[in-house]
Design a protein around this ligand. Structure first.
Ligand SMILES: NC(=O)c1ccc[n+]([C@@H]2O[C@H](COP(=O)([O-])OP(=O)(O)OC[C@H]3O[C@@H](n4cnc5c(N)ncnc54)[C@H](O)[C@@H]3O)[C@@H](O)[C@H]2O)c1
Length: 269
């Protein structure tokens, strides 16, 4: 392996580590040699995928309670991580909320979507990410090095195609929220802000925007989504790992302020 891609000896923080994509990022970082501090809501049960990593990489992945919407909680987690390992050199801002069709939330016509739903997505996806960057990214900037990777989405760039959902039963059509893409587009812009602010402090800041990732979707959805992707399919975990390690590592030493779309070409069409 080209040593520029190695993360040996590095300390990485990943937020929202126990969800669907969290364990994929955590595993990629562990495989590349990093030790991972996995930040997650205290009430979130440990997923089987995350538990498997704890078993395989004993001592190199440690979970910490953290609510990214609560500044005191981020500060407390940051202090624990720094006391154990020193200031991290990699931060993956992965924690986020969406409202998938299977979330059980009652459907509304677009005119009636409660503004609270919008507020919640902005609070976690944008303001939560901002606060983690302030606390943990700020420590990295003071230390004079690091790589921050904010997880965006294909919907930062394009509107969801609501036809992906029109086969789903219900008294009203499922509408993917306008708040999700708006919050992610804001993350892409905020990434550019911090990349310019902290360039001279030696901290690179990039967005990794995944396309739709396979995981329990119904066959009609997968077929419709796949036919809309130039590479013809949804993303598999392995598709995401290399791009993350690239951005985290010194192989990307001259890459900052960038949005790396890992979407099979979805946003090129
Ligand atoms: N799954 C996909 O297909 C996909 C595609 C594009 C982008 N993304 C983005 O990837 C990221 C991860 O998505 P996912 O599919 O794993 O979602 P997920 O819901 O499975 O996991 C999100 C994790 O974030 C945690 N979280 C939520 N609020 C939090 C808070 N306030 N503080 C700390 N942690 C919190 C949750 O507990 C959960 O473990 C999100 O930012 C999402 O927008 C996902």
């Amino acid at each position: 392996m080209n040593p520029a891609f190695s993360l040996d000896g590095q300390i990485a923080v990943v937020t929202g580590a126990c969800g669907k994509l969290g364990p994929i990022w955590v595993e990629a970082l562990l495989e590349a040699g990093a030790t991972v501090a996995a930040l997650e809501l205290p009430a979130m049960t440990t997923s089987p995928a995350f538990a498997a990593l704890e078993g395989t990489y004993e001592g190199r992945v440690v979970r910490y309670d953290c609510d990214i919407t609560d500044r005191a909680s981020i500060t407390a987690a940051g202090q624990l991580v720094s006391a154990a390992y020193g200031v991290p050199s990699i931060l993956v801002n992965n924690a986020g909320v969406d409202q998938p069709p299977d979330s059980g939330t009652s459907r509304s016509a677009i005119e009636d979507v409660p503004v609270e739903q919008f507020r919640k997505m902005v609070e976690v996806n944008l303001l939560g990410t901002l606060q983690v960057i302030q606390v943990i990214g700020g420590a990295m900037a003071k230390a004079g090095r690091g790589s921050i990777i904010n997880i965006g989405s294909l919907y930062a760039s394009v509107s969801p195609d609501q036809r992906f959902y029109d086969h789903m039963p219900g008294n009203l059509p499922f509408l993917k929220s306008p708040a999700y893409g708006a919050s992610k587009a804001a993350v892409v812009n905020m990434t550019k802000y911090f990349s310019t602010l902290w360039g001279k402090a030696g901290v690179r800041v990039n967005t990794l925007s995944p396309g739709g990732v396979l995981g329990g979707q119904d066959p009609d959805f997968k077929a419709k989504f796949g036919s809309r992707v130039p590479l013809g399919r949804m993303a598999e975990p392995v598709d995401l790992k290399g791009p993350l390690v690239f951005l985290a590592s010194s192989a990307a030493s001259y890459v900052t302020g960038h949005e790396l779309r890992v979407d099979g070409g979805f946003t090129a069409w």
